[in-house]
Design a binder for this molecule. Structure first.
Ligand code: GTP
Length: 221
């Protein structure tokens, strides 16, 4: 059986969304890729953990004048790739301040899988956004983090494989909201703390008992 997963790529114009998709689906890099005018979708099926996943990948236009259109496409997405260009701080700031914020307001049908994607890693000598910053943001929003290069074919297969793996994870529930996830996380933390306290308590008890035993033995002698 093949699972279908709708993925949408979002981010500023020029971050390389179209190029990432064409590299992944057709193995082609276009150094003269022109700005997208609307949204288009293309499919690719891959095997992840021996399961077949068909990605319906939506490429959206990053230009400001087309931004409102993107909302129509990412509304029911199961996975969202938030793309920035590692050589452009502006693209990273916009990602946090606009793209992520926008989609959290609208994606009311559940919690999609997020991936923060730092593209153009082949241009590392011009890097303006450190990997650590991307990682930190990804951690904050519970997202996959991946650096990529559509030009040098770095990290793209890994990106889609990781999305697929998260999708297949039995603990992953697409209908879970962000606040539910946070509550479960806090609950797990509290459970762990209690477990630790209980085992500490048992250990102390053990030490006391042992100490008591020794004392008794002494008395017999
Ligand atoms: P919009 O459609 O306007 O939203 O842009 P986009 O995000 O789809 O960017 P696009 O894929 O059209 O790429 C923009 C430019 O960046 C093009 O000139 C690409 O050749 C270049 N580019 C894309 N990916 C890479 C990459 O990994 N490395 C380098 N060096 N250039 C890249």
């Amino acid at each position: 059986m093949t699972s279908v997963l709708k993925v949408v790529l979002l981010g500023e114009a020029g971050t390389g969304k179209t190029c990432l998709i064409s590299k992944f689906t057709a193995g082609i890099f276009n150094s003269e890729s022109i700005s997208s005018l609307s949204a288009q979708f293309i499919t690719k099926t891959i095997q992840v953990n021996n399961e077949s996943i068909k990605f319906d990948i939506w490429d959206t236009a990053g230009q400001e004048k087309y931004r409102s259109l993107a909302k129509i496409f990412y509304k029911d997405a199961k996975a969202i790739c938030l793309c920035y260009d590692i050589t452009s701080r502006k693209s990273f700031e916009e990602l946090k301040d606009y793209w992520y914020e926008q989609q959290t307001k609208l994606n009311v049908d559940g919690q999609p899988i997020f991936a923060v994607v730092g593209n153009k890693i082949d241009l590392f000598s011009q890097q303006q956004v450190k990997d650590e910053e991307g990682k930190e943001f990804a951690k904050k929003i519970n997202a996959i983090f991946q650096v990529t290069s559509a030009k040098s074919n770095v990290g793209i297969n890994e990106l889609f494989e990781n999305i697929g793996m998260k999708f297949l994870d039995p603990n992953y529930d697409p209908n879970k909201t962000e606040s539910q996830e946070k509550m479960e996380y806090e609950q797990k933390k509290m459970d762990k703390k209690h477990q630790k306290e209980n085992s500490q308590h048992d250990q102390n008890k053990g030490v006391k008992l042992q100490a008591g035993k020794k004392h008794k033995k002494k008395g017999f002698c």
